[in-house]
Design a binder for this molecule. Structure first.
Ligand code: SF4
Length: 345
């Protein structure tokens, strides 16, 4: 606690010395949770704004992918995915809604559970989503014979897209600890902005913020690593090799952004017999994805681009709550709306 107080007083000192508004963006759902849980936003000086970015994989899943996987479930294909995803609603409802209509839909903790389910349901499809952290596990499971609908994404292009869009002035990124454990620190260098790879304890996050403020004060634009106990400069080469053995890079479809070049991962031709988009093309071809639209009035797309805080959405805490979520930012435990609502910040 004494260490945290010292960090807060150093943050205050640097914030005074910088003397202007500073926008720091966290781009990891686990950071979103940790910042809310520890009340970090409230203890920062007024001129330091913590903005939430597109770090929650469920929140950035495209409406098209949600409609596609619900269509497969409604067509009688057994579907398994992470529990958070089941409540994300699309044009045909959510996977939970499909289950109520009799579809075989299963919430799983990981791909090992999905592989076990596949023994009972041989045509089971796993809806795979997430960033560089979860993709190696999906790649491993595909090699073991799991049929997958891939909504996996690569993270750095989304950070680049945020900078290119220029809608929010981002002075620095709190880089994601888990993603960095796989990709290492080098890929962030192309972004040319102050960044600190940061861990998930309150003290880690305060240290990361302090390191960012020191860079901003000095006019440095470096990639620093606060989370050295886990993240190595070279990352995890074995996990990266596994990803690119099974997946190839495509243009990923992100809620709030649309297509981001080079940010998606599709299953390679060699593994196409485990690609649900190939195997069930006949079902998916019948779906008119031009009608896949985000829920009416939901501003999740602006939330993940850091344009608004959840409270700016007129439905926040009224029509949209964790019990009755309208958009994925309220569904997911890592979503900004969910965390702002739960921590009342
Ligand atoms: Fe969408 Fe609900 Fe968040 Fe509003 S509060 S942006 S409706 S998820």
């Amino acid at each position: 606690m004494r260490m945290q107080q010292k960090l807060i007083s150093e943050i205050n000192k640097l914030a005074r010395e910088i003397g202007r508004g500073v926008n720091l963006m966290e781009v990891c759902g686990t950071h979103t949770q940790a910042i809310s849980r520890n009340g970090i936003r409230q203890i920062l000086p007024e001129n330091i704004n913590l903005i939430t970015g597109p770090g929650c994989p469920v929140c950035v899943s495209s409406q098209k992918d949600i409609d596609a996987i619900v269509s497969l479930a409604l067509a009688g294909i057994p579907v398994a995915t992470y529990g958070d995803v089941l409540r994300v609603a699309g044009r045909f409802g959510s996977l939970d809604d499909a289950r109520e209509k009799g579809a075989r839909v299963f919430g799983v903790y990981d791909v090992v559970e999905a592989l076990a389910l596949q023994k009972k349901y041989p045509n089971l499809v796993f809806f795979g989503l997430g960033f560089d952290t979860t993709t190696p596990m999906t790649a491993w499971a595909i090699k073991k014979g799991l049929m997958v609908y891939s909504s996996h994404k690569i993270f750095i292009p989304a950070m680049q897209a945020l900078l290119d869009l220029g809608e929010v002035n981002i002075d620095g990124f709190i880089d994601p600890g888990h993603v960095s454990a796989i990709i290492g620190s080098k890929p962030y260098e192309i972004l040319g902005v102050a960044q600190v790879i940061t861990g998930f304890e309150a003290q880690d996050i305060l240290e990361g913020i302090l390191m960012l403020l020191a860079q901003i004060k000095d006019g440095r634009k470096e990639v620093e690593n606060q989370y050295q106990r886990v993240v190595k400069k070279e990352g995890n080469r074995k996990a990266r090799n596994l990803i690119f053995e099974v997946f190839e890079i495509s243009d990923g479809n992100w809620r709030g952004f649309g297509k981001i070049p080079g940010s998606g991962l599709e299953i390679k031709k060699e593994f196409s017999h485990f690609d649900a988009k190939v195997k069930y093309k006949n079902i998916l071809d019948k779906v008119d994805f031009s009608l896949s639209k985000e829920p009416l009035g939901c501003r999740c797309g602006e939330v993940v681009r850091g344009l608004i805080l959840p409270k700016k959405c007129p439905m926040f805490g009224k029509k949209c709550t964790p019990e009755n979520p309208i958009g994925p930012c309220m569904v997911s435990l890592e979503g900004a709306c969910h965390n702002f609502f739960s921590s009342k910040n």
